[in-house]
Ligand binder design. Structure first.
Ligand SMILES: Cc1cc2nc3c(=O)[nH]c(=O)nc-3n(C[C@H](O)[C@H](O)[C@H](O)COP(=O)(O)OP(=O)(O)OC[C@H]3O[C@@H](n4cnc5c(N)ncnc54)[C@H](O)[C@@H]3O)c2cc1C
Length: 398
């Protein structure tokens, strides 16, 4: 749609049919087309809302592009947050058959190895707790781990191994393409680049850098780490959306991702964690690698990043077969949109006109379910009890 054309005009006539009065569709502006915004736009449009999805770049190019995208509720507290994530995993399984899941849904299970007695004790306690919480988890023998993952270079004496058969990962690129296409198929308008870059929010209007104005009954902000900035644009007090700092030196929210390849047979098939590495297959014959101790931020020098990238590749070569000819293809510092309590902030923002925010870590695991809850609330006026703990300003359980 050309900039400056008000989306309100598009839906004219849709609210009245054959002389029978109907409630006109809700006009919803969704800001941000990462995994969360694309999911929300698709759900709202499918529920009959008149949706405009605004993205300052192209869809899926920010945090969602670099995510490990591990579908899990493996170590989430407290119990309601665990249950929310578990529901998130089920929601992707439900959506996959209906949205070309073969292109993006990888329910391959997750294998975890512990190296020391202390790590084995923690893993054993976690498996016990998850089993009590009806979450698929089991301790397995080293031979069973080797059988599950033929590419694994089994350490001489792993202290423990665990298998989480209900977990897996998503390919966010093809997924977001399909979510955006689904939204468009249900009548949504997608504005990108300067046409989609939101610069002002006031009185139920969203204005963009290209000068367009989008009228909306509801504005849903899914702008990831930029959410606090947009909330303030809409009139919310500073600090209303408390995120872990991400742009200062030493900030904890940034993560480091390496993509390495080529992988030769037998390639890794599962998502795996060892104490010093997370890895999974990635399209193009690559592996996606992360390390818990890679302390980088947006100010780390290129030389240091290259050292870390080489170190992650060495760790991967020690962990799995098939990387003998591999090199680092890409490395990236990326930023987790991380609410200060490590959970989620979802709901209408006091002081911000028409604005509902949705920002969360574990956004890949949660997007299919959170988007369903948000769409139900905004189109059917049914605030889900499940979201009560995550409302802006709500006191969080630890
Ligand atoms: C290294 C790493 C590993 C992770 N691992 C996992 C994992 O294993 N499992 C899991 O569930 N989660 C994981 N996460 C977290 C998960 O990736 C994020 O929670 C999720 O991608 C956030 O999606 P989003 O759509 O909220 O944000 P984003 O993908 O960042 O999208 C926000 C969008 O908003 C747009 N935007 C911002 N400002 C404006 C504006 N003014 N106007 C218009 N558009 C705007 C941006 O351009 C961007 O496209 C990981 C994150 C990182 C960094």
């Amino acid at each position: 749609m050309a900039a400056g054309v008000k989306p309100a005009d598009r839906g004219r006539g849709r609210g009245v049919q054959s002389g029978v009065s109907r409630i006109p569709p809700r006009r919803c502006a969704v800001i941000g087309a990462g995994v969360l915004g694309a999911s929300v736009a698709a759900r709202l449009a499918a529920a009959g809302a008149q949706v405009t999805l605004l993205e300052q770049d192209q869809p899926g190019r920010a945090t969602s592009r670099w995510s490990l995208a591990w579908l899990n509720s493996n170590d989430k507290f407290p119990r309601p947050y665990h249950d929310l994530n578990h529901a998130g995993m089920r929601a992707w399984a439900e959506l996959a058959p209906d949205l070309d899941g073969a292109a993006w849904y990888r329910p391959v299970g997750h294998l975890e190895l512990a190296a020391t007695a202390g790590q084995a004790e923690e893993l054993t306690a976690r498996v016990r707790r998850l089993t009590e919480w009806d979450y698929p988890a089991q301790l397995i023998a080293p031979e069973a781990a080797a059988a599950l993952e033929p590419a694994l270079r089994m350490p001489a004496r792993p202290a423990a191994a665990a298998w989480f058969p209900g977990e897996g990962y998503l390919l966010t690129g093809p997924l977001i393409e399909r979510l955006v296409a689904r939204a468009i198929g249900h009548g949504a308008t997608v504005l990108t680049g300067d046409q989609g870059r939101v610069t002002a929010i006031a009185g139920g209007q969203v204005r963009t850098a290209a000068g367009a104005t989008v009228e909306a009954d509801e504005i849903v902000c899914c702008a990831g780490r930029w959410t606090p900035r947009l909330a303030e644009l809409a009139g919310a007090a500073p600090g209303s959306v408390p995120l872990v700092p991400w742009d200062t030196a030493g900030a904890a929210a940034p993560g480091f991702v390496v993509r390495a390849g080529p992988v030769t047979a037998p390639g890794l098939t599962r998502l795996m964690h060892t104490p010093d590495l997370a890895l999974r297959p990635h399209p193009g014959g690559l592996l996606h690698l992360e390390a818990p101790d890679a302390a980088v931020d947006l100010h780390t020098s290129q030389a240091e990043l290259q050292n870390w990238a080489a170190e992650l590749l060495r760790r991967a070569q020690r962990t799995v077969l098939g990387l003998e000819d591999a090199r680092v293809v890409r490395y990236q510092v990326c930023v987790r949109p991380m609410p200060a309590d490590g959970q989620s902030i979802v709901g209408r923002l006091p002081g911000a006109d028409h604005l509902c925010v949705a920002v969360t870590h574990s956004g890949v695991t949660l997007a299919a379910h959170l988007s369903r809850l948000i769409a139900a609330e905004l189109t059917a006026g049914a605030p889900p009890a499940e979201l009560a703990p995550y409302r802006p300003g709500a006191a969080r359980a630890a």
